[in-house]
Design a protein around this ligand. Structure first.
Ligand code: SD4
Length: 330
């Protein structure tokens, strides 16, 4: 789509002129050609960035037994952290430019409690360490070596997170050392997950190894409450994937939730949050950002700058099956 057309489409929907659920125009993947009609979705529900069937299924296992949304999102994203084939999260993640895999993660519950770890190495389940920060410390965020030490104190094992595959790719990259994040590197990426449980409580989690070949010490949006993730039990939640710097600059996930508070649908709120980014960044064609959101009615939305971003919803009512939807705005 030409930029002008794209902007026009965005501003129309932002102004509410397109009021019908835009999600009905989502393109679904080949596994499930079911159009999404938000009004048919009710709690419990889980929604996650990217096509992560194992993660949403794992979260659902918790929700269907009347487990908490908090337990569901932790269990769900841990699947991706442990999956060495996902090179954007946890073990197997692509390293920074010095060859170190450094993890960022956060978690937030229905009471507004939250915990995060940033720049943590050698521990696969960053989200669980983040939860320990939330539950067992007076703080919200621990960084680097101190986060790692805290993890060991809590019984997490030390592991080498750099797989042979990610190492070989990094060595190849080093030959040119050109930092150019690739849009939608593959159909696995940072995982952000939101869930509403049977009681109607919402929680969220977000976990990543960050942008491949980032500068050592760089931290993105994913562990920053309000940027990579935000939930508010009165309103709903949002989470993000993509170029973290852009998401941080606009406090994206908080923005999405606040727009929903003002009456926007999850879809409209995600669109507006993307619009804020492209309005301020003339180079938006070179970056990808994707948001997903759910409100307390179980209505969902998702939006991104470039085609290729998908998100996955698992809910019972109206959707007996997993649904994997991509929102392609071109
Ligand atoms: C970051 N938002 O560190 C993360 C990266 C990401 O898909 O989402 N990659 O900026």
């Amino acid at each position: 789509m030409k930029r002008r057309k794209f902007l026009k489409k965005s501003s129309l929907s932002t102004a509410g002129i397109i009021s019908a659920p835009i999600l009905t125009s989502c393109k679904t993947d080949s596994k499930a050609e079911v159009p999404i009609t938000p009004t048919t979705i009710t709690k419990p529900i889980v929604i996650a960035t990217w096509n992560v069937p194992n993660s949403t299924a794992e979260a659902w296992k918790v929700l269907e037994k009347n487990g908490s949304a908090l337990d569901a999102v932790e269990a769900g994203v841990k699947m991706e952290e442990a999956d060495v084939n996902n090179q954007s999260v946890g073990k197997g993640g692509r390293p920074d430019r010095d060859g170190n895999v450094t993890l960022d993660a956060c978690i937030m519950d229905q009471n507004g409690n939250c915990g995060a770890v940033v720049y943590m190495q050698n521990v696969t389940h960053a989200v669980s360490v983040a939860r320990k920060v939330m539950e067992d410390t007076p703080h919200v965020m621990l960084a680097g070596k101190s986060a790692e030490k805290f993890a060991y104190e809590k019984g997490f094992p030390k592991e080498n997170l750099l797989t042979e595959k990610s190492k070989a790719e990094w060595l190849e990259w080093k030959k040119e050392s050109k930092y150019a994040p690739v849009i939608n590197i593959e159909n696995h990426d940072t995982i952000g997950m939101l869930a509403i449980d049977e009681k109607g409580d919402i929680s969220g989690a977000c976990t990543t190894s960050g942008m491949a070949y980032k500068m050592a010490g760089r931290i993105g949006d994913s562990p920053i409450i309000g940027s990579g993730l935000f939930v508010d039990n009165e309103i709903g939640g949002a989470t993000a994937t993509g170029q973290g710097e852009e998401i941080v600059k606009t406090v994206g996930s908080f923005l999405v939730v606040e727009l929903m508070r003002q009456g926007r649908s999850p879809q409209e709120a995600c669109e507006e949050a993307v619009n804020r980014i492209i309005k301020n960044d003339p180079n938006f064609k070179d970056i990808q950002v994707g948001y997903i959101a759910v409100n307390k009615n179980g209505e969902t939305g998702g939006y991104c700058i470039h085609p290729g971003f998908s998100y996955r919803i698992f809910s019972e009512k109206g959707h007996e099956n997993n649904i994997s939807a991509s929102y392609l705005k071109v």
